[in-house]
Write a protein that binds this ligand. Structure first.
Ligand SMILES: [Zn+2]
Length: 128
């Protein structure tokens, strides 16, 4: 199961029916010359069709809604593992930021040019 799926069960069925209904409406409106209405219905049909086929909805994601129901515990475990990995990586990066220049004693921020001086200490490129 993909952890990005958040549309399932009845929600998915409803979206499938909406997609079908909107495509019929879109075709009818387009045939009768109501282009704006037909276009909007067509766009809606595409969105709901996308939700129903992929099981993913951006709105659900933004609202932290998950209608897939059972079988999501595995995904939740994956999410937690991802979070820890990210946090570790972040901590490592933060530590690297506290490199201090051996010449002026100022911290060397990521992006500043730096390099070893004649004694092999890391200093700002501008510092002697
Ligand atoms: Zn310096």
């Amino acid at each position: 199961m993909d952890e990005s799926t958040n549309v399932g069960g009845r929600d998915r069925l409803v979206r499938l029916l909406l997609a079908a209904g909107l495509s019929i409406a879109a075709v009818r409106w387009l045939h009768s010359g109501k282009r704006l209405r037909g276009g909007l219905a067509g766009a809606g049909a595409l969105v709901f069709g996308f939700n129903a086929t992929t099981g993913y909805c951006g709105v659900n994601d933004a609202l932290d809604v998950d209608t897939t129901g059972d079988g999501e515990e595995v995904s939740i475990e994956f999410d937690e593992t991802d979070g820890e990995t990210t946090a570790d990586a972040g901590a490592t990066q933060v530590r690297e930021h506290y490199l201090t220049c051996a010449a002026c004693g100022e911290p060397i921020v990521a992006g500043q040019s730096r390099g070893p001086n004649s004694q092999g200490d890391i200093v700002h490129d501008d510092c002697p």
